[in-house]
Design a protein around this ligand. Structure first.
Ligand code: SIN
Length: 307
């Protein structure tokens, strides 16, 4: 940093701070300096999100274009595309260029393609994805990335927000980072997907998908960045801590995703596509549009074991 950042100040009796979130500067300037051969990129948030223009995802894209999209995903953490009126088959074909796709054992899929999770919200079906999370962190090898396509959107609302979990980690104080660096957390599907299952089905699914332990802070396997990898949907407890301490720490850490300076927000239109890196970001689907319809389909690329 070339000059001393103006200080952040605590406001009155509340535990809130105001002032520049200065640690974003280096990453923001790095992103501002990027240029691309196969598309243009318009950044969204300070360190997260960009809309890429000039790529037609319906095509069988040449390998150098796919490689550059992948690099843009690593840099911006989530990339957006507009006016991509893909068939379900083209959606899956694009996603396969980035790895094997998962079949979600709990969520409803597209009627002909099991690799596409279908979120079909309506007066009868509310949106429950409005909590910060990383997709399928309850799996031993959670998702590398998710590719979500808008089919039908509400007249207003229904945005998706994304938070840069590297910026979250960097923003923690040194004592907190030292405390959490060696910790592991248990992740489990039951809080979210177990709720509506009868006990015997829940027990069967728990045998197939037992709780897994992941580091609270993971190192991104491609960028080398340290990231907070914990969410309140699936992260149940921190190993080795008493339950009340574990719950308080998880809550304190996960609330950092709510800091607006770490976020970007995407407003959908039919044909929009978002591709996010589940290792680097968490997301939150605004559930502010009921009883309108919102129909989306998601392909999820399998990742590796967090380390
Ligand atoms: C999800 O949580 O993957 C769904 C996101 C969305 O519907 O915007």
């Amino acid at each position: 940093m070339s000059e001393l950042a103006p200080p952040r100040i605590r406001i009155g009796r509340y535990n809130i701070k105001a002032g520049p979130v200065a640690h974003l500067q280096a990453e923001r300037q790095r992103l501002e300096g990027l240029s691309w051969e196969h598309f243009d990129a318009a950044p969204h948030g300070a360190t997260i999100g960009a809309t890429l223009t000039g790529v037609d995802l319906a095509q069988d894209l040449p390998a150098p274009v796919v490689a550059e999209v992948r690099q843009a995903l690593l840099d911006y953490k989530v990339v957006f595309f507009r006016d991509q009126h893909l068939t379900a088959e083209q959606h899956v074909a694009f996603a396969r260029r980035f790895g094997d796709l998962e079949v979600h054992p709990f969520l409803k899929s597209n009627s002909s393609l099991r690799e596409l999770v279908r979120f079909e919200k309506s007066p009868e079906v509310g949106g429950y994805e409005n909590g910060w999370h990383s997709d399928v962190s309850w799996r031993a090898e959670p998702s590398m990335g998710s590719i979500l396509r808008a089919i039908e959107v509400p007249p207003s609302g229904g945005d998706t927000l994304f938070a840069d979990m590297g910026a979250v980690y960097d923003g923690l104080d040194a004592d907190t980072r030292a405390l959490i660096d060696p910790l592991q957390a248990e992740h489990d599907f039951t809080q979210v997907f177990g709720r509506s299952l009868p006990p015997e089905k829940q027990a069967e699914m728990r045998q197939r998908y037992p709780p897994v332990e992941h580091p609270v802070v993971r190192t991104h396997p491609e960028t080398g960045r340290r990231l907070l990898y914990l969410n309140r949907f699936f992260g149940l407890r921190i190993i080795g801590l008493p339950d009340d301490e574990s719950q308080a720490l998880i809550d304190r850490l996960c609330r950092q995703a709510e800091v607006v300076e770490y976020q970007c927000r995407f407003q959908w239109s039919p044909g929009s596509v978002a591709f996010w890196d589940n290792r680097a970001v968490q997301h939150y689907a605004c559930s502010d549009y009921w009883p309108a319809r919102r129909v989306m389909e998601r392909a999820t690329v399998i990742g590796d074991r967090p380390a």
